[in-house]
Write a protein that binds this ligand. Structure first.
Ligand code: KG4
Ligand code: ZN
Length: 334
C-alpha cells in the first residue's frame, strides 16, 4: 500500500510516498529557510503563501520519483502548527483524495515525528523513551509500541530549538541559530560560564526562558566575553538538562532504548552525549528524518488508517493539537 504524505505545518513544504508504512519510495522537502532568514524567524504569512506555490510541485515530484500515478491513500498533518500553513496542506490533501477516490487521513505532526525512528530502525525495541526537540516542541514521550504513547514532560515556556534561535540572535549569529551555535561552540570553552539548569532535579518538564535571560545578563556583565565560550556554555546547559531528564525517564519506565528526534537532535554535542547518558541503545535519526518531512507523516498515516480508519473530509486544521495519551499506562516515578 502506497501512502502519499503531505506536511505543511511550519516552514517546510514536503511530500513523500511510503509503502507498507515503512519503505520510503520518495521524500521531497522544499525548505523555506531562505525566505524567512532575513526576518530572523518564520513569518506565518510568508510561510502560507510559499506553501501554496511549492506544494503541488513537491507532490508531483514525490509521485514521479516513486513511479506511481495514484496512491492508495493520502495522509496529511492537520496540527499542531501555523493555521494558515496547515490549511494549505489539508485542503490539497482532501482535494487529491477526492479526485483519486482514495481514503484521506489526518495526522498529528508530533505522532509523525514519533514514526521517524520506526521508518529507519525496523528492529526497534519497545518500550522506548523519545526526546523530541525542535524549534516548536520539546517533549519527552514514553512509547510502549507504535501508536501507544504517554507524554512524560514538555517545555513550560520556550522550546529547546527556540532557545538556540533566540540566544543565537542575541549573540549575532544569525538564523537558524542551532547550527550556528553548534559551529561556534566547537571553538569555545564550555566551563567559562555556568548557566542555570532549570528544574533539573524535578520531574520531566523543561524551562529554557530563564537560561536565555541568564545568557543576556552574563553578556551584559562581561561585554568582552568570548562568543564561542558563551555559546559553548549555553549549549552545555541545554544538553545537560535534556539528557538528565531523558536518562531519568529511561530508568523510570524501564525503556529498552532512547530515540532522539526534531531539528535539535542534529546538535553534535547532544548526539555525542546521548549514548553516554543512558545504558540502553540510543537511536539517532538521520538529519532528513530529524527535521520536518512528509515520509514520517505518510508512515504515521498508514498506521492511523489501519488502526482508526479514514478521517472525515470535514476534518479541520488544529493549530494547538495535543498528542493523545493512550489508556493503560501506569505512572512512572518522577
Ligand atoms: O524540526 P525542525 O527542523 O523544525 C521545527 O521546529 O519543527 O527544528 C528546527 C530547530 C531550529 O530551532 C534550529 O535552530 C534547531 O532545530 N537546530 C539545531 C541544530 N540544527 C537545527 N539546534 C541545535 N543544534 C543544531 N545543530
Ligand atoms: Zn516538527
Amino acid at each position: 500500500m502506497n501512502v502519499l504524505g503531505i506536511e505543511t505545518s511550519c516552514d517546510e513544504t514536503a511530500a513523500a510516498v511510503v509503502a507498507e508504512g515503512r519503505l520510503v519510495r520518495s521524500s521531497v522537502v522544499s525548505s523555506q529557510i531562505d525566505l524567512h532568514a532575513r526576518f530572523g524567524g518564520v513569518v506565518p504569512e510568508i510561510a502560507g503563501r510559499a506553501h501554496v506555490e511549492l506544494l503541488m510541485p513537491a507532490v508531483a515530484e514525490a509521485m514521479a520519483r516513486a513511479g506511481i500515478e495514484r496512491p492508495d491513500a493520502v495522509a496529511v498533518t492537520y496540527g499542531p502548527g501555523l493555521v494558515g500553513s496547515l490549511l494549505v496542506g489539508l485542503s490539497a490533501a482532501k482535494g487529491l483524495a477526492m479526485a483519486w477516490r482514495v481514503p484521506f487521513v489526518g495526522v498529528n505532526h508530533l505522532e509523525g515525528h514519533l514514526f521517524a525512528p520506526v521508518i529507519e530502525e525496523p528492529g526497534l525495541p519497545w518500550p522506548l523513551v523519545v526526546l523530541l526537540v525542535s524549534g516548536g516542541h520539546t517533549l519527552l514521550v514514553e512509547a510502549a509500541a507504535p501508536g501507544r504513547y504517554r507524554l512524560l514532560g514538555q517545555t513550560i515556556d520556550d522550546a529547546a530549538g527556540e532557545a538556540f534561535d533566540k540566544v543565537a540572535r542575541y549573540l549575532g549569529l544569525g538564523y537558524p541559530g542551532g547550527p550556528a551555535i553548534d559551529r561556534v561552540a566547537r571553538e569555545g570553552d564550555a566551563s567559562a560560564f555556568s548557566f542555570p539548569r532549570a528544574m533539573l532535579g524535578e520531574g520531566y518538564d523543561f524551562s529554557f526562558s530563564g537560561l536565555k535571560t541568564s545568557v543576556v545578563r552574563t553578556v551584559e556583565r562581561h561585554p568582552s566575553a568570548s562568543t564561542p565560550d558563551v555559546a559553548a556554555a549555553f549549549q552545555e546547559a541545554v544538553v545537560d538538562v535534556l539528557l538528565t531528564k531523558a536518562a531519568r525517564a529511561v530508568r523510570a519506565v524501564g525503556a529498552k532504548g532512547l530515540c532522539l528526534g526534531g531539528g535539535v537532535a542534529a546538535n553534535s554535542l547532544l548526539r555525542r552525549r546521548a549514548p553516554e547518558a543512558v545504558d540502553v541503545p540510543t537511536y539517532l535519526p538521520s538529519m532528513a528524518m530529524c527535521t520536518d518531512n512528509a515520509a514520517m507523516v505518510a508512515a504515521a498515516g498508514t498506521f492511523r488508517l489501519a488502526h482508526d480508519g479514514p478521517s472525515p473530509l470535514s476534518l479541520a486544521a488544529d493549530p494547538n493539537l495535543f498528542l493523545d495519551f493512550s489508556e493503560d499506562f501506569s505512572e512512572p516515578e518522577a
